[in-house]
Design a protein around this ligand. Structure first.
Ligand code: GCB
Length: 889
C-alpha cells in the first residue's frame, strides 16, 4: 500500500513507506497544515471566505505568544486547520485519524462532510474516516479540522491556574487496518488491557483482554499473545480461537499465563516486558493486526498509617507535579522535550510524578515506565463544576478515555478526577443553594469514582483538595476516593510554614485513608534574591526555606505516603500578574528548564549517589562590608554528604557538617570574578561556580565614572536581576550621610492582602515588572552624596493604586480578600538640587494605571553639593518606585 500527499499545484510525490505493523500502518500527519483563526465561528462551508491562512506544523498552538502579552489578550475562539491528502489505498483497508490532543473542541470534516467530533483537550480520540475518503492516485482528499478553545460550561476545566492553549497541539496519525482489527472504538485506547492479578517474587499471573472488531464477513480468527523479556526472549505464548461477526467487537480474554521468577518493576530497576498481541488468520496464518503493550510486574498498596509499599517494601513517594508547557511554545511541545522533563525528574532523585491537572502526551507515562517513576494521572475537573448532564457526560467520557489510553502503564498506580473542587464554591450568598451544589459535587465524585473502580479495580482513586479540611470533610467529599490528596500552602497563601506539619498531624487518620501531599510550593522568580527572605517576595531564598521545612516534615511522617512539589517547572497561567506576568513561578525549574536552588535541595535529599552543588547567584551586586574591599554573602551548598568544604579563590572557608542536606557558608566575595569550589567527605565529589561581583562603595565619594549605575528599588527588600540589560537592582536604604537613600514615606502595601509585597499587578510598558511593582509612598526626598561630575538620573514611577481590580484570583488559596487601595488623585513636583524638573507630575493621567513611566534627567554636580531630590506633594502623596544613577563623567 502506498500513500501520496499533494497540495493542489504540487507535483505528486511518493513518500517513503510508512512504518508497518503487519496489517496496520501508522502514518504521521503532522506536516504542512494550513491554519486560520475564525473569530466569527463560521460553519465548514464558509471556510473559503477566511483569509490569512498560514502554513503550520503540528504540534501547534495559536496562543504561543499572545498569552505573554499585556496588550493583546490570548485568543479563545474558533480556528481551522486544513490540508490535502492523496491516499493511494487498497480500498479494503479501514482508515482512521488519531489525534493525540486537540484543545479543546474539535470537528473533523473530510471532503466537506463531518466525519466526527471530540470534546476535551487532553485525551486522544480516533475518527473513522473510511466512508468519507476517496482512494486512488488522482483523488485529492481535504481534511479540515475546526478547533475551538472558547469557554464551554459543559467541558472541564472551567477555570484553572493554567492557560488553555488552543490548537492541534499533539501529534496526529493516519492509521489503516484490515477489516478485522483491534477495536478502534475504545475511548482512544488500543482495546488491549493487561492485568497482573497476582505477583510475587516467585510467580506472576497475567490476564490479557483484547477487543477484536470485524468490519467484514463473519470468520474465525486466532488471538496470539507473546510475552518477551527485555532481551527479546519469549517468556510465554498464549493462543485462542475466536469467532467474529460483522459489525461487532468481541472481547477475547487470555488468562492462565504464569511467569516464574518475574523480574520486578521498581524505581531502581524499572524492568519491562513486552507483550505482542496478534490477530491471526486461522487459515493461512497471516498476521491480520498486531499491537505491542508494555508489561511490568509489581505489587503495591497504600496504608493510612504506614504510607506506600512497593513489592512488599515501604517506599516514600517524592517528586513533583508537572504541567505540559515550555517557554515560548505554550502547549505545542515536541515529544523530545516532554521526555526530557521526566529525565530531569529522575535526575532530581524523584520517584513520583503527579501528571496534573490533565492527561499529558503519551510519551510522559512511557518515560515513567522506562525510568521507574510512579505516577498518578487525573482529568481536569478543577475548581468548580457545572451541574448539567452535559458536564457530567464530558467528565465521564474523559475519565473513560484516560483509563482506556493509560491502562497498561506499569508506572501508573492512581486515577484521580478532581482538584480543589471547592476552592471558590459557587452560590456563596445562598447557603441552601450552595448546599445543593456541594451535594452535586459529591454526587459527581461518586459517579467518577465508581467508573474508575469498575474499569480498574486494581488501582487506587484520589481527589486533591485544597487545605480547607472542614469543608471537604463536612460535605462528604473525603469519604469518596481511596486516597486523600491535600494541596497545602501554609507559609505561602496563608500562615506560616510550621502550619504544614501541624495540618498533617491534626488530620491524620480523619478519615483513616492514605494521604498524599499532592501540592506544595512557593513562587520563586529566578531573577529575585533576598538576604532576609519573606513570604511573597518571590525570592529564590524564600522558596528554599519553604521547601526545606516541607521536605523535612514529609520525610519525618511515615503516614504521608507521598508528596509532589508544585511544580516541576514554571508554567503559563494567563490570569497571573506577578513579578513575571502570566507565569506561575512555583517550578523547581524555570520554564526553559534551568534548575533553581530548590531543585538541588531535592537532588541532595533524594539522590543515592554522592551529590554536591553550590547554589550561588552568578551575578552579585552588593554594598561593601566593613573590610571596605569585600561584599559578604551567604552561599548554600547542597549535599547528601556530611563534611562540606568551600574554597573561595583558592582559600578554604570555615567548613562544617551539612544538616538537612545543606550547609551555608559566609563568603567574603572580592570585586570581579570569584571562583568557588565545594568538596565533601574525602573529596569524592566536587562542584565549581564562578560568581561575578560588583561592589558598591558605602561612601559615594568613591563613585567613579566607570562604576556600574546605582540601581535602587524603593519599598522593597529584595534584589532584582534584569537579565536583558545585565543589571542588578538593589533594595533602598534610609539616607545615610556620605552614602545614599530615601527620606520619608513607607512601602506600598495591598490592603488586607495576602499579597503584602508591593503590588501583584502586571506593569505595562516594561518587562522589568519588579522594578515598578514596589514603591515608597509619601516619599519626601532622596539623596546621593556623590562627587562633582556629570550624571544621568532615572526616576521610575508606576501608579500602583486604583485601576482595574482583578477578579478574585482563582488560585488564591488564602482566606483573606485582596483589595487594591482606591486611587486618590496624586500630583507632585520633583526638584533636583532645588530646581523643579518634573512639574505637577500626575502618573495616572500621563500613562494610566500600572504602567511604567521612566524619566531620565541629566544632572551636573558642582561645588560638592551632591544630588538632593525633593518631592513636593500637591495632591495625595508623592511616590517613587525605583531610581537609577549613572555617572557619565
Ligand atoms: C493550587 C492549584 C494549582 C495552582 C497552585 C498555585 O492549589 O491546584 O493549579 O497552580 O495552587 O500555584 O497556586
Amino acid at each position: 500500500m502506498l500513500f501520496f500527499f499533494a497540495w493542489p499545484g504540487d507535483v505528486l510525490s511518493q513518500v517513503s513507506k510508512p512504518r508497518a505493523e503487519s496489517g496496520r500502518t501508522v502514518y504521521s500527519l503532522n506536516d504542512k497544515w494550513q491554519f486560520a483563526k475564525d473569530s466569527a465561528d463560521h460553519p465548514y462551508n464558509a471556510i473559503n471566505t477566511l483569509t490569512h491562512w498560514q502554513n503550520v506544523t503540528i504540534p501547534h498552538t495559536w496562543n504561543a505568544t499572545d498569552v505573554m502579552s499585556d496588550e493583546h489578550p490570548y485568543y479563545r475562539g474558533a480556528a481551522w486547520y486544513k490540508r490535502n491528502l492523496v491516499i493511494s489505498n487498497d480500498s479494503q483497508k479501514q482508515v482512521f485519524l488519531y489525534f493525540d490532543g486537540v484543545n479543546q473542541e474539535a470537528e473533523i470534516y473530510i471532503n466537506g462532510k463531518k466525519a466526527g467530533e471530540h470534546k476535551g483537550g487532553y485525551t486522544r480520540f480516533c475518527i473513522p474516516v473510511s466512508s468519507f475518503i476517496k482512494t486512488g492516485t488522482n483523488a485529492v482528499n481535504e481534511i479540515a479540522v475546526k478547533v475551538n478553545n472558547r469557554f464551554n460550561e459543559d467541558i472541564p476545566p472551567l477555570t484553572a491556574d493554567f492557560t488553555f492553549f488552543g490548537g492541534i497541539y499533539r501529534n496526529l496519525y493516519l492509521v489503516t487496518t484490515n477489516s478485522v482489527h483491534f477495536n478502534t472504538n475504545d475511548f482512544g485506547g488500543s482495546s488491549i488491557r493487561i492485568t497482573t492479578p497476582s505477583v510475587t517474587t516467585a510467580r506472576a499471573s497475567v490476564v490479557i483482554k483484547a477487543q477484536v472488531y470485524n468490519e467484514g464477513a463473519a470468520r474465525t480468527i486466532k488471538l496470539v499473545s507473546t510475552i518477551f523479556d527485555s532481551d527479546g526472549k519469549i517468556i510465554a505464548t498464549l493462543s485462542k480461537n475466536q469467532k467474529t461477526a460483522k459489525g461487532k467487537a468481541d472481547t477475547v480474554s487470555q488468562s492462565g499465563i504464569v511467569v516464574n521468577n518475574p523480574k520486578l518493576w521498581s524505581p531502581d530497576h524499572p524492568y519491562l516486558y513486552n507483550v505482542v498481541t496478534q490477530i491471526i488468520d486461522n487459515k493461512n496464518g497471516e498476521i491480520i493486526d498486531e499491537l505491542s503493550t508494555p508489561l511490568g510486574f509489581r505489587w503495591y498498596s497504600f496504608d493510612a498509617d504506614k504510607g506506600f509499599f512497593l513489592n512488599g517494601k515501604p517506599l516514600k513517594l517524592i517528586g513533583a507535579s508537572r504541567h505540559q508547557d515550555y517557554k515560548d511554545l505554550g502547549n505545542a511541545v515536541r515529544q523530545e522535550l516532554q521526555s526530557h522533563d521526566i529525565e530531569l525528574l529522575k535526575a532530581m532523585g524523584g520517584n513520583f510524578l503527579r501528571v496534573s491537572h490533565y492527561p499529558q502526551d503519551p510519551v510522559v507515562l512511557q518515560m515513567c515506565d522506562k525510568l521507574g517513576i510512579i505516577a498518578s494521572v487525573e482529568i481536569p475537573v478543577v475548581n468548580a463544576i457545572t451541574e448539567t448532564a452535559g458536564f457530567t457526560d464530558n467528565c465521564s467520557n474523559m475519565l473513560r478515555e484516560m483509563i482506556a489510553q493509560n491502562f497498561n502503564h506499569p508506572s501508573l498506580v492512581i486515577w484521580a478526577y478532581m482538584n480543589e473542587i471547592m476552592l471558590r464554591p459557587k452560590f456563596a450568598k445562598d447557603k441552601p443553594r450552595q448546599q445543593q451544589y456541594f451535594e452535586n459535587i459529591v454526587k459527581l465524585a461518586k459517579h467518577l469514582d465508581s467508573i474508575c473502580r469498575a474499569q480498574d479495580p486494581a488501582r487506587y482513586t484520589m481527589i486533591a483538595n485544597h487545605g480547607d479540611y472542614n469543608l471537604y470533610t463536612r460535605t462528604g467529599l473525603t469519604a469518596v476516593p481511596q486516597i486523600i490528596g491535600w494541596n497545602l500552602y501554609q507559609g505561602w497563601y496563608s500562615g506560616d510554614v510550621s502550619g504544614f506539619g501541624k495540618f498533617l498531624d491534626e488530620h491524620h487518620g480523619q478519615p483513616a485513608k492514605p494521604v498524599i501531599v499532592t501540592e506544595y510550593g512557593a513562587d520563586a522568580d529566578p531573577r529575585i534574591h533576598a538576604l532576609n527572605p519573606v513570604r511573597f517576595d518571590k525570592s529564590i531564598e524564600y522558596a528554599e526555606h519553604y521547601h526545606d521545612v516541607y521536605l523535612k516534615a514529609i520525610l519525618e511522617r511515615p503516614f504521608v505516603a507521598g508528596a509532589a512539589a508544585w511544580n516541576l517547572v514554571d508554567f503559563n497561567s494567563e490570569s497571573r500578574e506577578e513579578t513575571m506576568p502570566h507565569i506561575n513561578n512555583k517550578g523547581l525549574m524555570t520554564d526553559d528548564r534551568q534548575p533553581k536552588a530548590t531543585y538541588y535541595l531535592y537532588q541532595a535529599a533524594l539522590k543515592k549517589e554522592a551529590f554536591i552543588k553550590i547554589a550561588s547567584e552568578s551575578n552579585i551586586v552588593g554594598v561593601e562590608d566593613s573590610t571596605g574591599t569585600t561584599c559578604t554573602r551567604q552561599v548554600r551548598v547542597y549535599t547528601n554528604l556530611k563534611g562540606v568544604k568551600l574554597s573561595l579563590n583558592g582559600q578554604d572557608l570555615a567548613g562544617g557538617k551539612a544538616e538537612d542536606f545543606s550547609y551555608t557558608f559566609t563568603v567574603p566575595f572580592r570585586p570581579g570574578m570569584n571562583y568557588l569550589e565545594a568538596t565533601a567527605d574525602n573529596q569524592t565529589v566536587k562542584d565549581f561556580e564562578t560568581v561575578e561581583v560588583f561592589i558598591q562603595p558605602n561612601e559615594l565619594k568613591a563613585f567613579k565614572a566607570d562604576a556600574q549605575p546605582l540601581s535602587i528599588l524603593l519599598g522593597a527588600k529584595r534584589y532584582y536581576y534584569d537579565m536583558l540589560n545585565k543589571q542588578t537592582w538593589q533594595p533602598d536604604q534610609p539616607y545615610r550621610k556620605g552614602s545614599w537613600g530615601s527620606m520619608g514615606g513607607h512601602a506600598f502595601k495591598m490592603v488586607n492582602g495576602r499579597q503584602s509585597y508591593g503590588s501583584d499587578k502586571a506593569i505595562a510598558g516594561t518587562d522589568n515588572d519588579p522594578v515598578f511593582q514596589t514603591q515608597q509612598v509619601g516619599i519626601e526626598g532622596y539623596r546621593f552624596d556623590v562627587p562633582d561630575g556629570q550624571y544621568e538620573l532615572t526616576l521610575n514611577f508606576a501608579e500602583l493604586s486604583g485601576g482595574k481590580v482583578s477578579d478574585p484570583l482563582p488560585y488564591n488559596l488564602g482566606t483573606s480578600e485582596v483589595t487594591v487601595p482606591g486611587y486618590q488623585e496624586r500630583i507632585f513636583d520633583v526638584f533636583i538640587n532645588n530646581q523643579c524638573v518634573l512639574k505637577e507630575l500626575n502618573i495616572a493621567r500621563e500613562v494610566g494605571f500600572a504602567w511604567a513611566m521612566s524619566k531620565k534627567i541629566p544632572v551636573t554636580v558642582t561645588r560638592a553639593q551632591g544630588i538632593q531630590i525633593n518631592f513636593k506633594a500637591l495632591k495625595g502623596e508623592a511616590v517613587l518606585n525605583a531610581i537609577q544613577l549613572k555617572r557619565i563623567y
